[in-house]
Design a protein around this ligand. Structure first.
Ligand SMILES: C[S@@+](CC[C@H](N)C(=O)[O-])C[C@H]1O[C@@H](n2cnc3c(N)ncnc32)[C@H](O)[C@@H]1O
Length: 255
């Protein structure tokens, strides 16, 4: 994923290690090439600071699929697994990203879909997320995209209402958000709030790398409320037994 030829990251003056208490000397940069728009996203990570400060495998998969979707009309391209999901609305697409971490998925979606993205996470993750959004504004703004950053703790109704509520969004994205079992219920509450509380057809697209058997409990609960379908499966890499799977969650059809 890293590209040694990528230009150095321009550090915006509004977000620095001093203001965020992040150890600037420990930061790492990771680049991701978007072929369809001939651009490179650069993401600042602090792997020593925990899970919110590093890129996770499902994020790369979602970005690759979004890039392929943008290339779908190119003669060399194969079909996009997101074609039936990413229906262009009559207005600029509005996307909510849950558990954004470093922000690469939201930034890529803004650039590739010209979407207005609200990238959310727990408060401690927001300064680095905001930093990466500002550092990559030159990639998404020329394509009509915009990214705003907001706190959203899963299951917190006041956070969900503060970002505009149910009718604000067309699509929800998440990558590697199913891992600790105590987070299954709050994440499901968040999905129920946004997907079940509106008459509009809302979809959650989730990239997921299975790590533990216990994760089947999340899917079992999710199946009570949503039709969950697989849109794409990565070929396992680096000796892994499983690859990232991309799921679509839709409100369950009434029988
Ligand atoms: C494994 S990381 C994935 C980050 C990013 N989506 C990616 O794929 O690179 C999970 C993310 O979920 C966030 N998260 C964990 N618990 C959360 C909660 N209760 N509410 C909101 N976000 C949460 C973490 O801060 C972290 O950024």
């Amino acid at each position: 994923m890293s590209n040694p030829d990528a230009p150095p990251l321009c550090l915006p003056t509004t977000a620095t290690a001093t203001t965020t208490n992040l150890p600037e000397s420990q930061h790492q940069e990771q680049t991701y090439r978007l072929d369809s728009i001939d651009s490179t996203i650069t993401i600042r990570q602090f792997p020593s600071q925990g899970i919110s400060f590093q890129l996770w495998p499902a994020a790369a998969t979602l970005v690759t699929l979004l890039d392929r979707h943008k290339l779908r009309h190119h003669p060399s391209n194969t079909a996009s697994p997101l074609s039936s999901t990413l229906i262009t609305p009559h207005r600029r697409l509005r996307i909510l990203e849950l558990g954004s971490g470093t922000g690469i998925v939201g930034i890529a979606a803004a650039a590739l879909l010209g979407a207005k993205v609200t990238a959310t996470d727990l408060p401690h993750a927001l300064p680095n997320l905001q930093f990466n959004v500002a550092a990559n504004a030159g990639i998404f703004e020329p394509h009509g995209g915009a990214v705003e950053v907001a706190a959203l703790q899963w299951g917190e109704k006041k956070d969900m209402e503060a970002i505009g509520g149910r009718d604000e969004y067309d699509l929800i994205l998440g990558s590697d958000v199913v891992y600790h079992d105590h987070l299954y219920e709050p994440l499901l509450e968040t999905l129920k709030f946004f997907l079940l509380g509106t008459d509009r057809k809302m979809v959650f697209v989730m990239g997921h790398l299975k790590r533990w058997k216990k994760e089947s409990a999340f899917f079992k609960k999710a199946n009570k409320y949503f039709d969950v379908d697989v849109l794409h499966t990565d070929t396992p890499s680096n000796g892994s037994r499983v690859g990232v799977i991309v799921y679509q969650f839709l409100r369950k059809k009434k029988n």
